[in-house]
Structures are given as C-alpha cells and as structure tokens.
Write a protein that binds this ligand. Structure first.
Ligand SMILES: Nc1ncnc2c1ncn2[C@@H]1O[C@H](COP(=O)(O)OP(=O)(O)OP(=O)(O)O)[C@@H](O)[C@H]1O
Length: 591
C-alpha cells in the first residue's frame, strides 16, 4: 500500500507503537553490547603491544589490560542479556495484546466472514502473522544495532591505529556493500514477478491437490497435473534467469565482504607498509584481529531484510483482519416469542476488489409463524442459503430488516440472539473435544443425563455408546465421525441448547437410506414446537412442511403447501417434475 502527502505510519509502525520505547531501549542496549564486545579485542592488541615492546615489561599495566578485557567481555554479555530480556518482555506484551485484540474482534465479525474466508485467514493472523512480528520485535530490530555498531566502533578504533590501513579496509568494505546493494536492488525489482510466479505455483498446487480424487476417478491425471507442471516449470525458468542475472554481483559482494578476503588484503598491505617502515608491525596485528569485525555483521543483513519484509506483510494482514467491520449491536431489544419476519430484505455480498456489488436478494417479505416448518426451495443460486443465514445474523441485510420475536436483530445482544436462533448447517463444526463437550457446548452446565437425552433424540446415542470411551471419546482422536454422524451430534447440541427458532441447511448429497432415516428422525425431533426454516436441496423432504417458499433469482415467486403448489402448476410444479425426471432416478441408482 502506498501513501502520499504527509507521512502516515504504516501498519507495522502502528502495530508496534505500544512497545516502541522498549524496542528502542533494547536496540540501544544491543548496540552498546556489540560495541563493548569489541573492547576485549582492542585490549588484546594493546596487550600484544606491551608484550612485544622493546622496553621492560610493565606487569601491572599488562594485568590491568587482561582484567579490562575480562570486564569488557562481562559487561558486553550483561548488556546483551538485558537487551534480550527487554525485547522479549516487550514482545510478550505485544503478542498478548495483539492476540487479545484479534480474538475479541474475530468474535464480533459477522459469521458470514468465516463462511467466505474459512478459518484459515483467522488462524494465519492469530498464529503465523503474530509470530512474524515476534521475530521482528524480539530479534531483528535489536540485532540490527549490532550490525551497525560493530563495524562503526571497529572502524573508529582502526583509524586511530593506522589511517592508511583503515582506508584499505574501508575501500574493500564500501565496494562490497555497493555490490551487495546492487544485488539487493536487482532482487527487489523482480520481487513482484517472483511473487506472481510463486502465486501461480501455489494456486496450481491447491487446484491439483483438491481435484486429485475426481481426477483419479476419471483417469486424467496427466491432464490435471499439466497446469501444475507448467507453473512449476515457469517458476524454475524465472528463478534460474533471476539467479543468473544476480549471481555475479551477489558472489562478488560476498567475496569482498568475507572475513578471509578482508584479513588477507589488509594484512598484506600492512606487511608491505611495515617493510617500508611506514607502520608499526604491532598495528598489523590489530588489523589481523579486528578487520573481520568490519564485515562480519554484513552477512546478516540479507536475512534481516527478509524478516522486515515478512513482518510488514504480517502487520498489513493483521490490520486487514482488524479492519473487517464488526456486527454492531445496540443491545436495546429482547425477542418476545419466536415469530421471524423478513421485511423488504435486500442483500448483496461485498464485491471482490474492482468488482461491482451484485444484489442476490431483492426485497423479500416473509413471516415465519411460531411452531411452523417453512421449507425454502428453488434452483441452484436462487439465494436460499443466503436468505437462511440472515435470521442467524451471519450478515446484516443491505436493505430492509430481519426481526425475531419483534426485535430487529441489530438491536439484540449476540448472546441473546444465539440463545434464540439455533442453526445446523452442512459444514458441521465439531471441536477436538469429547462428545459430551461437543454436545454441551452451549450449555456447559448440562447434566450427563441431559446430554444423553439430547443424543438419544438426535439418534446418535447408540453410536456413541459403541465408541471406545463412550461419551468421553475425543472427536478426531478416539473416533472419526462420518458427515451424517457429525450432523447428528450438531443436532443433539442444538436440541440441548433448545433455541425457539431454528435454521437448517439440509444435506445436499444423498446418503444411504438408514443414515438418511436417522437424520430425518433427528430433524423432526428438532423441529417439534419451534419456528423452523429449512433450506431444502432435495425436494422429497419438503412434502410435509407447513409451508413451501419458492425462491428464484432472489425473489419469492410462490408460497404454499406441497399440494397447493402442485395444483398451481407453476414454478414449484416444474421443479417437482424436473426432480422426478432427473434427480430421483440418479438417487435410486446410488441406493
Ligand atoms: N460468499 C459469497 N460471496 C459472493 N457471492 C456469493 C457468496 N455466496 C453465494 N454467492 C452468490 O449468491 C447467489 C446466491 O447463492 P446461494 O448460495 O444463496 O444460492 P442457493 O440457492 O443456496 O444455491 P444452492 O442450492 O446451489 O446452494 C449466487 O449467485 C452465488 O454465486
């Protein structure tokens, strides 16, 4: 993201602002630690000077130098440790604060956001992105002080020892840094292309892996893998060309900045100067010992630059998640009763960047009376699922209002709303916890008898009893549940929560007859005495509904009972006939 005009802090600067002072303190401490870390070497040089001097040994002075070197090493260690403590404390506080903010925010974003992005984006922000910022605050920034302080302090000392030799070393390092900067600039210029090629490989990989089962069934592996292979080849070609264009400069910079090169060149120059009587041989020892320190930290710059780029991306992603609008609730209304009303409801999904918003519900008026079952039917893409998610406030309508028990959902506190409206959708979410905990999620105080009663009503009790640890069996560890079983656990959970209004998205796929009978029994149990809205993907299941609402292209086109609608010979009758011609024989074949 680019900004113009007065400089506004970027997402990374804003994110770490609360701990900025402590990061600065840790950086200063690390700089001091790195600077004092050079002192023992300097004192060693002075020790050599004392030992090699023609004059008699001044033992006291030499011991003083040894003591000084030890003390400097100790101080450097202590300063480094203090820096680590300060930076890690700051990092701990920052991680906790950011994770708390994210968790609180994620609990208030519309449920529809999760349907659209899956839980992967939330996990990435909470775990991976916070981890990248940790790397920056706890390690990268303080360590950069060392990268700067060590060569600077060394250079200042070496200039005082012999400015000519220092100049030789400086020319080498400057040439190396210039080459390195060129290599980095070349690399950065192609970064966009690199990201594109990498993106192509990852989307081709995802596509290939996702479709692998279907592809294998159809025996067309070669065709399916061709896009993946083409993307991988294109990436390899790009990478080879990229490396070729930067290899010479990169290798040149590494050679110039390597400790052996700098040492050999400077010592050779020192020997020549000493032979010409223009420098003291002991000064050459100083360069032999300290010249590597001029360039050693440079090698860390590449990795640090990558960590800074990574943390910038992570902070931007965290900021994006925090910017997702929350569902605001005035908290001023409590539903009275279980009537659900949709008044002139319009809905448009948020468009992808660059696209125009596309309205999918165009002014729906619908009242669901307490204790009745209403089935939503219609062609694929008519807006059934979108409509069904609105009473559970997955999102707010873009026009009109949704009321439950006379209260506009925007005025109902979230906990009251979810006690009033329950939902069981196809992608059932079970926790990696015991069956009991999964069923009692909304009522942790439920007794084991209440949990079992709900499981019995949901026709899952027998299956749970047969599990290795019964109701204590952990889902995903002790037992793997089929889709139908998971759905019945979710139904048991909803039965126990006992919400007066219920939204159900019926399974799309045909399952075997006994499993379907179990699910239908469980659903009937669930529907008893509640206001139920069910999205029916398979027509035979709607026959007994009190009312059938036919949606087409985001509008209600018919409304009535099964026999009324058949007699009307309109949209529903056509759907029914089409289902009999196509889907029914296919389902029979599956059975
Ligand atoms: N998350 C989303 N973002 C953008 N558009 C969406 C999203 N979900 C659904 N749509 C669009 O909204 C329209 C209605 O979709 P919806 O899933 O509500 O229909 P449906 O009647 O339930 O279909 P089906 O029976 O196939 O499940 C479709 O055009 C669909 O492409």
């Amino acid at each position: 993201m680019t900004t113009t005009g007065p400089r506004t802090p970027g997402p990374l600067a804003r994110l770490i602002a609360p701990v900025r002072r402590r990061v600065v303190a840790a950086t200063v401490l690390q700089g001091l630690a790195a600077g004092t870390g050079i002192a023992p070497l300097v004192l060693l040089v002075e020790l050599a000077r004392g030992l090699l001097a023609p004059a008699p040994l001044d033992a006291d002075r030499l011991w003083l130098l040894v003591g000084g070197a030890l003390l400097a090493a100790l101080v450097s260690l202590l300063l480094g440790a203090a820096s680590t403590v300060v930076s890690h404390r700051a990092d701990d506080d920052l991680q906790l604060a950011v994770r708390r903010d994210l968790a609180a925010h994620l609990s208030r974003v519309p449920l529809g956001w999760y349907s659209r992005h899956g839980s992967g984006r939330a996990k990435r922000a909470l775990h991976d992105d916070v981890g990248e910022v940790h790397q920056l605050v706890a390690h990268t920034v303080p360590e950069l002080a060392g990268v700067v302080a060590v060569p600077l302090v060394t250079l200042v000392y070496l200039v005082t020892v012999d400015w000519q030799l220092a100049l030789v070393a400086l020319v080498l390092v400057v040439a190396g840094v210039a080459l390195f900067a060129r290599a980095m600039a070349g690399g950065m210029a192609k970064m966009g292309e690199y990201a594109r090629a990498m993106g192509d490989v990852s989307s081709a990989t995802v596509e290939f892996v996702r479709g692998i089962r279907v592809v294998k069934q159809l025996g067309s592996q070669d065709q399916a893998s061709s896009r993946f292979v083409a993307a991988a080849d294109a990436f390899a070609d790009f990478f080879v060309a990229w490396s070729r264009s930067t290899t010479a400069v990169t290798v040149g910079s590494f050679l110039l900045l390597s400790a052996p090169t700098v040492t050999v060149v400077v010592v050779t120059a020192g020997v020549l100067l000493a032979a010409a009587g223009r420098t003291d041989p002991v000064d050459v020892v100083a360069f032999a010992l300290l010249a590597p320190a001029l360039c050693a930290p440079m090698n860390a710059i590449g990795a640090r630059a990558q960590q800074i780029t990574g943390a910038r991306g992570a902070a931007a992603r965290i900021a994006d998640v925090l910017a997702v609008p929350e569902l605001v609730t005035t908290g001023t209304a409590t539903p009275e009763g279980a009537r659900v009303e949709l008044r002139g409801v319009r809905f448009a999904y948020e468009p992808a960047p660059g696209d125009e918003a596309h309205e999918v519900l165009h002014g729906i008026d619908l009242t669901l009376e307490p204790g009745t079952v209403t089935a939503l039917v219609g062609p694929s893409g008519a807006g059934k699922t979108t409509l069904a998610t609105l009473p559970a406030r997955f999102a707010d309508p873009t026009g009109g209002a949704v009321l439950v028990g006379g209260a506009d959902l925007r005025d109902v506190p979230a906990d009251v709303l979810y006690r009033t409206v329950g939902f069981v959708f196809q992608d059932v979410q079970l926790l990696r916890a015991s069956i009991t905990e999964n069923i009692a999620l909304a009522r942790p105080d439920a007794t084991p008898e209440q949990v079992r009663a709900a499981a019995r009503a949901a026709r899952i009790d027998d299956r749970v009893e047969a599990m290795p640890r019964g109701y204590d069996s952990v889902v995903g560890e002790d037992v793997q549940l089929s889709g139908g079983e998971a759905q019945r656990v979710a139904i048991a959970r909803t039965l126990l929560a006992d919400p007066p209004v219920l939204v159900l998205d019926e399974a799309t796929a045909a399952v075997d007859p006994s499993a379907e009978a179990h699910i239908q029994d469980a659903v009937s149990e669930l529907a008893r005495g509640r206001t139920v809205l069910v999205v029916a993907h398979r027509l035979p299941t709607v026959v007994g509904a009190d009312r059938i609402v036919v949606l087409d292209d985001g509008c209600v086109v018919e409304d009535g009972t099964h026999s009324d609608l058949l007699a009307r010979e309109g949209a529903y009758a056509r759907l029914w006939a089409a289902w009999h011609d196509q889907a029914a024989p296919a389902e029979e074949a599956v059975r």
